[in-house]
Write a protein that binds this ligand. Structure first.
Ligand SMILES: NC(=O)c1ccc[n+]([C@@H]2O[C@H](COP(=O)([O-])OP(=O)(O)OC[C@H]3O[C@@H](n4cnc5c(N)ncnc54)[C@H](OP(=O)(O)O)[C@@H]3O)[C@@H](O)[C@H]2O)c1
Length: 233
């Protein structure tokens, strides 16, 4: 009987790393990628029972996307692993309004939602195979063109910033044929939305994984709704 690590070393299997996979959409991305026969590596700050029992190749704990040491630990944990797909899902939503801008919350969202994905991508890109794929969970709330309701300063700013980072990553990784997508999952029933929303995390994950399947160099730098609609910047 092969160990999960031995199975993961087979050459023709897609190897996928999901960053921020203990709950919500990230958990379902890990579950869904595994169900598609991919060899899944999953990071978390602290594992959940559900993630631990999912049977992914490896759960890498102690990975806070705001901490350089944690990302160095993640990189070290992947020694000898070549990834085909990197999906950066980790994110937070904190209330920030004009009356109560809460600049600490604005800063924290920039740190987690915008700098975090850049930190991970910069450190882990050498683990991605040439011809691989990088997907970052953003939000249509990061669209400046689509902003018709205002508010949510910190979240909107952080997702607009990660969109900018994603486009630069698409340009900078093009010579290695690594395609980059910025993915909006839809309005999803998770802790982030207080379990309101239009779709379940599993439904969102299915669509998101379809988008990652579709992603190629013709589409690199795309800002996609999970349903395949291209979103305005
Ligand atoms: N739900 C929606 O409707 C919606 C809409 C648009 C975009 N999104 C985006 O989709 C992604 C997933 O959202 P979700 O709805 O699944 O949210 P969620 O249920 O709140 O889960 C957020 C995930 O991010 C992780 N995380 C938070 N801060 C982190 C940090 N500093 N370092 C590492 N991991 C961290 C959490 O881990 P812990 O358990 O350790 O906190 C958790 O695994 C986010 O990027 C979010 O902005 C969601």
């Amino acid at each position: 009987m092969l160990t999960p690590e031995a199975v993961a070393s087979s050459k023709d299997t897609i190897r996928t790393l999901v960053v921020g996979a203990n709950r919500g959409i990230g958990l379902e991305l890990a579950r869904g990628a595994k169900a598609r026969g991919q060899k899944v590596y999953a990071t978390t700050r602290k594992s959940s029972d559900t993630l631990s029992e999912l049977g992914v190749v490896r759960v890498i704990e102690g990975v806070d996307v705001t901490k350089d040491d944690d990302i160095a630990h993640l990189d070290g944990s992947l020694e000898g692993v070549t990834l085909d797909r990197l999906i950066i899902n980790a994110g937070i939503l904190k209330r920030t309004t004009l009356d109560d801008p809460n600049f600490d919350a604005v800063r924290r969202q920039l740190e987690v939602n915008a700098i975090g994905p850049l930190r991970v991508a910069a450190a882990i890109r050498h683990r991605l195979a040439d011809g691989g794929k990088l997907a970052i969970l953003t939000s249509r709330m990061g669209s400046i063109a689509d902003n018709e309701s205002g508010g949510s300063y910190g979240y909107r700013m952080s997702k607009a910033a990660v969109n900018a980072a994603g486009m630069s990553l698409a340009r900078d990784l093009a010579d290695r044929q690594i395609a980059v997508a910025l993915l909006h999952p839809g309005y999803v029933k998770t802790e982030m939305t207080g379990n309101s929303g239009h779709v379940t995390p599993a439904e969102a994950a299915t669509m998101l994984l379809d988008r990652v399947d579709d992603l190629d160099m013709e589409h690199t730098g795309v800002f996609w709704h999970a349903n395949g609609e291209e979103l305005p910047w």
